[in-house]
Write a protein that binds this ligand. Structure first.
Ligand SMILES: Cc1cc2nc3c(=O)[nH]c(=O)nc-3n(C[C@H](O)[C@H](O)[C@H](O)COP(=O)(O)OP(=O)(O)OC[C@H]3O[C@@H](n4cnc5c(N)ncnc54)[C@H](O)[C@@H]3O)c2cc1C
Length: 474
């Protein structure tokens, strides 16, 4: 057993990772303290309340291919979980087609000859890949073109991916594609494209779970449970420094609006951005040099929360869970309509959109004043017929740093070096989750990671299993 029953464990970050790990340790009798910089817990999985409206950070659905992970969340949430249908479309060539791309619907945006070209380029690439697909892929572009053909890449995969990341797909690691894209069955795809009226293949989930008052109910419930079990949850205070005492215990300095404090702990588990952790560690350990030399990049985002009163008594913009806009000339890359997930997300007679702007600190969109961002987004949505004129009732803008770890080519070696450094210097410091360990995972993967870490620390398993190695987003 690594984490003894009498230990005090300090968890940096009160997102899903810190909370799920803290909750599992508290359930196993450990004394835990969560330190969260935000005014409330939840991190990326928080739900914001704005007037009578509720908004997630980009719409968070819950799904896992693993029944035990779904069961873990069901046990926590009881009857507060809704089952919601997943319906998504992508705006291409003036039309909304199913997303992720499904055939034959996806071909409806093309003329018959263009459609034949796209399909034949896909069929040829997929066949080549089957026969000779063992050469390693370096970039996202390599991965997709090899399996789906250039035409599919140019239309369906490239533009949206470049908009999300703000870098050419040649610079994005193939790992990203492998984790995100399920390969449809070629013969089935062609058959369904040619046989009129065929149903699209069921390659993606059709329903997901969603808490009745927003995804933030999940982290809120975890925090309440931790407190009920005697743990502490400190919000509104960020970690500013860490000292490893000669007896091996940690001293963690925190600072918030109400002042500063120093906490003593036997073990630290971090889910805060890896760069921030390295900067909080003692300079003499070499952590600051590692942080400077290995520059791990996170992608930020800006969210536009649009409260809407639609004309003619309508209360729905579309039936979509998400709608995707890959065009670089459009400000927003994706929208989500909270009311389609739970009626409790918007008041009677109104609806809303959470519109995502993919950007990073220092880029134009990040620095544009709020009202200009909102005016541009609404104008563009009206011009493409997505929003009726004069629908805007109110708006709020949220800037979200550290939204996604960026899988640049070469990122994996850098992350490995940073983690090896930490493991070799600090035996009682552990990383967990998506933001803290720089691994792209949704909340289900993060919870699975928290369970993998706690079972290892408490001696129920001999080794820590890195769930991100096999993790795939459905
Ligand atoms: C736009 C978007 C859409 C998503 N959609 C889905 C979805 O549909 N379904 C799904 O399951 N997942 C989704 N995710 C992923 C999900 O949000 C993450 O997997 C999960 O929330 C990550 O949790 P975490 O605890 O690892 O990280 P975080 O949520 O980033 O938690 C880190 C915490 O550390 C805190 N912190 C930072 N610095 C300090 C400091 N110095 N001191 C103390 N605390 C600090 C932060 O405030 C934050 O609360 C989405 C993510 C994004 C960005």
């Amino acid at each position: 057993m690594i984490c003894k029953p009498n230990e005090h464990v300090i968890l940096l970050g009160g997102g899903i990772a810190g909370l799920a790990t803290g909750l599992e340790l508290a359930r196993k009798g450990r004394r835990v303290t969560i330190i969260e910089k935000g005014s409330v817990v939840g991190g990326l999985a928080r739900t914001y309340v704005k007037g009578d409206f509720r908004f997630d950070v980009g719409g968070h659905r819950f799904h896992s291919p693993k029944p035990e992970i779904i069961g873990w969340v069901q046990d926590l949430m009881g009857a507060d979980l809704l089952r919601v249908p997943r319906i998504s479309h992508i705006y291409l060539q003036g039309k909304f087609v199913d997303y992720p791309v499904r055939f034959p619907n996806a071909l409806s945006i093309f003329s018959p000859s263009q459609a034949a070209h796209v399909l034949s380029s896909y069929a040829a690439a997929a066949m080549r890949h089957r026969l000779n697909g063992h050469t390693p892929d370096v970039s996202f572009e390599d991965w997709v073109v090899k399996r789906f053909g250039r035409a599919m890449y140019d239309v369906f995969f490239g533009p949206y991916t470049e908009k999300v990341w703000g870098i050419p797909c040649k610079e994005l690691s193939a790992d990203w594609a492998a984790q995100r894209i399920s390969l449809p069955n070629l013969s089935e795809t062609v058959k369904r494209a040619l046989v009129p009226g065929s149903e699209p293949p069921a390659t993606i989930i059709s329903h997901f779970w969603y808490p009745i008052a927003g995804f933030g109910m999940i982290p809120d419930r975890m925090a309440s449970e931790i407190q009920r079990l005697g743990g502490r949850v400190i919000t509104g205070a960020g970690v500013t420094g860490m000292v490893l005492l000669p007896d091996g215990r940690w001293q963690v300095s925190i600072e918030g609006k109400t002042g500063s404090d120093v906490l003593d702990g036997d073990r630290v588990i971090s889910s805060i951005p890896l760069n921030l952790l390295l900067r909080a560690l003692p300079a003499a350990s070499g952590a600051h040099d590692i942080e400077r030399d290995f520059q791990l990049t996170y992608r930020d985002m800006v969210l536009l929360f649009l409260a809407l009163k639609l004309p003619g008594g309508r209360t729905q913009v579309s039936e979509d869970s998400w709608t995707y806009f890959p065009q670089p000339e459009l400000l927003c890359g994706r929208t989500h309509e909270p009311r389609n997930w739970s009626d409790a997300m918007a008041p009677e007679g109104y609806t809303s959109l959470s519109a995502e702007v993919f950007t990073s600190r220092g880029e134009t969109a990040w620095d544009t004043p709020d009202e200009q961002l909102v005016a541009r987004a609404v104008r563009e949505f009206e011009s493409i017929g997505f929003l009726p004129a004069n629908s805007l009732h109110d708006a709020w803008v949220l800037r979200v740093p550290f939204a996604y770890p960026v899988y640049y080519i070469g990122y994996a070696d850098k992350v490995r070096t940073v983690k090896d450094f930490l493991a070799s210097r600090f035996t009682n410091l552990h990383l967990v989750g998506r933001t803290g360990s720089f691994r792209y995972m949704n909340s289900d993967g993060v919870i699975e990671d928290a369970l993998a870490l706690t079972t290892y620390l408490t001696g129920e398993r001999d080794e820590y299993i890195d769930v991100s190695r096999t993790y795939k987003v459905d």
